[in-house]
Design a protein around this ligand. Structure first.
Ligand SMILES: [Mg+2]
Length: 296
């Protein structure tokens, strides 16, 4: 199998959403190192924040606390007795922390989190527990509420390593019934797995770092469509849907551009410039320009 084919297949199966069906070799070789460094530079602040900021930890705790409050509320609700209760959660950057692998790559001047890089990182079994994740999962387990991990790690390539890693973290319910990975390369949409769980369980909360982790039909939607869908579900965030911060990667990047990884350095510089100013009105810009060089 040649490199190009490997990249294309791996792109289709990756859960690392910066990998948006790209063909890395389309960038001229002499520009690849510049491009990789450019991507690393763009990743650095996001990873610094996730790996060091007290605010990141606080947001994780806040998310788990909110989810546990909903679990307790559901347990106390006498009307919710028809089906057993369950929570549904994503793995990566929802309970498992992959920032070490990203940070190591970025420190080497490579922010191109390609599908092959992702597979190798998963196979290294170095995902860590996010702050508060283990306590949260144990608390849910103790309450007798079922835990389902719905992850887009591709089972044919990553099943054994994922199960090993989750077990090593002492997470509960790490078995074939409760860990639902992506079995079909053509079905990265989690909705069929959500539906399967909801047939037998009363799902209290869905948890994830990506809008695709919620049953909101955001798969394949544009940047603006995604925002509209989330706006229309706004009352459910913090209760039925619990989201975690992830500025390092996600389908928000591929929604910006399917070609994010394969842009030339010049194209990417232009892309950053254009999207940074998206939504800023001429009036706002004018007001800013009027004041920006005034002395104190
Ligand atoms: Mg995730």
């Amino acid at each position: 199998m040649n490199w190009k084919k490997v990249i294309c297949i791996a792109a289709a199966i990756s859960s690392c959403a910066t990998c948006a069906g790209v063909e890395a070799e389309t960038i001229p070789q002499e520009q690849q190192a510049i491009s990789n460094q450019q991507l690393a530079d763009a990743e650095m602040m996001a990873l610094l924040w996730m790996r060091t900021a007290a605010e990141y930890r606080a947001l994780c705790y806040q998310a788990y606390n909110a989810a546990l409050a909903q679990v307790d509320k559901a347990i106390a609700d006498k009307k919710r007795k028809k089906k057993p209760l369950a929570i549904v959660l994503d793995c990566d950057e929802t309970v498992t922390d992959n920032t070490a692998a990203m940070a190591l790559s970025t420190a080497e001047g490579n922010g191109a989190f390609t599908p092959l890089w992702w597979r190798n990182s998963v196979h290294a079994e170095i995902s860590e527990a996010m702050p508060g994740a283990l306590d949260f999962l144990r608390a849910v387990e103790k309450r007798g509420v079922a835990i389902f991990y719905v992850t887009n790690r591709y089972s044919a390539m990553n099943y054994e390593q994922t199960m090993n890693n989750l077990k090593a973290l002492n997470f509960p319910s790490v078995d074939a019934k409760h860990v639902l990975m992506m079995d079909d390369l053509k079905v990265s949409d989690k909705q069929p797995r959500f539906d399967k769980i909801a047939k037998k369980y009363d799902v209290v909360v869905y948890m994830g770092d990506n809008v695709g982790d919620f049953p909101l039909k955001t798969k394949g939607k544009s940047l603006d469509e995604r925002s509209d869908i989330i706006d229309s579900a706004k009352k459910d965030f913090g209760t039925r849907y619990i989201i975690f911060p992830n500025p390092a990667y996600g389908s928000w990047v591929s929604a910006l551009s399917k070609d994010y990884l394969t842009m030339t350095p010049n194209q990417r510089a232009q892309f950053f410039k254009e999207f940074l100013s998206k939504g800023i009105s001429a009036e706002t810009k004018q007001k800013y320009d009027n004041e920006k060089n005034k002395p104190l």
